[in-house]
Every structure is written in structure tokens, then in C-alpha cells.
Design a binder for this molecule. Sequence first.
Ligand code: BTN
Length: 252
Amino acid sequence: MFSRENLIILEEIGSTQDVAYDMAKRWAPHGVAVMALNQTSGRGRMGRSWSSPTGKNLALSTILRPSCKPAEAPLYGLAASVAAAMTVEAFCSQIKAQVKWPNDVIVDGRKIAGILPQALIGNSKTEFVVIGLGLNVNSGLSDLPGEIREKTTSMLSLSSRSFDLVEVALSFLGSMNELHDNAERFGFRNILDMWNARWAHRGLFVERPEVRGIAEGIDDTGALLVRTLDHGLVSVSGGEAHFHALPEKQDH
Ligand code: BTN
């Protein structure tokens, strides 16, 4: 289970995600987690890189061995974003952390955490899920490159104090544990409800190359439901989407 004894802390590594995935393939049981003070080749979603100033933010990858169907495994990405939002609120009083589809955590529209879920499916069974969490804890504005300074925030920026990374990691693991147990006992209904309650973009205009419309909700697989003019309710999964208040001006 998730506990301090199961948390492996590394000074520097390429990517905690690669280490945890490899450990899960070879031996590691449910609940083992790997964090690093520095990642030299941290990975984000969609093949992007993820970099963070050394020793300041949380880079954590957690191994889950759920009994869910393969189609449900991606829902652990949504669960992790809820757990990360709970963690931010547990340490930063008066802060409301929201989620952005599919599984970012934002505060006042600025990204504070990203999740990288990866599942191994074998013989129609979920073998394991590795949840990668990058959470901005003690980084300040000066630690960030100019182009993302406007778009991100950290727990330090929100509360003017710094936090112990291990305590933050254990808080996240505790919440993740609760949500995993909840999903094992009751299915994902409660997690989808919790995600919906934190969703920042319901009713906003959403754009992807293949679809434009109003963001209406998510379905039981975590796909985004978009109300379109031409094709009614369309579900989209994978990738990401751009949300904004009003459609951009049309040519005709
Ligand atoms: C994203 O928003 O694109 C997801 C970012 C996930 C970053 C974390 S940091 C810990 C783990 N190790 C990685 O290489 N990536 C994830």
C-alpha cells in the first residue's frame, strides 16, 4: 500500500516514469512510488518534455495494480488529477483547485500540475497503471521560462510559503489510495462525480481540429462530450482541447 516505506526517493534520474514503469514490469507491487529531486529527461503528455528546477517541485510516479477493465484504466488519470487537486487544497488554505480535461490541475486558470497516466494491458487485463505527477510546489516565477510564466502557478506562489516535498508526495499518495480503493469497491462513478465537481470548463466553447462546440461533460470512459451544431453530441478522447468563453470571429 501507499506509505513512506514504499516511496523511493532519488536525487537525479532521467524520468521517474521510466523507472516506475520498468519496476512495475519486473517486480514492483501496487503502491510503490518513485520520486526524484531532479529529472534530466522528464516526460509530459503527447511526447512533450517536462522540466522543473532541481529540488523545488514534485516529480512522482506511482504504481497501481487495479482490477479494472482495460477500457477503464485511463480513468485513473482523472482520479489522479482529483487527488492532486485535493493535495493542493490540503496545503494551501483558501485555494480552489480545478481540473482541465483530460487531467491537468489548474488554479485561477493557471496550470499547477500535470498527470501522465500509462497503463500496461495484457491478455485483456489491466496489468498495471503508472501515474506520473508533476506538481509545482516550491518553484517561483523566476524559475520559469518567460513563455510559460503567465500560464502556470505553484503552491509557493499561491501561499507565500514553501513545503516539504516528501509531505506533499505522501498527501497525494494518501488521496490516490482513497480514490483507488473507492474505484475498486464502487466503480468509477464517485471519481467521475468528483472530477465533474472540479471541472473548470463546463459550458465553454471547445475547439479541436476535428470538432468545435460546447463542452458538455465527460462520459463513463473519460471522453469529452462536445455539443456541436452539425453532429449533435460528439465524444472526443486522447490529445487535448482548447477551451474559451466565446467562439472566435467567423469569416462568414
Ligand atoms: C503533462 O502535463 O504533460 C504531464 C506531466 C507529467 C510529468 C511527470 S513528472 C513525474 C513523471 N516523470 C515524468 O517523466 N513525467 C511525469
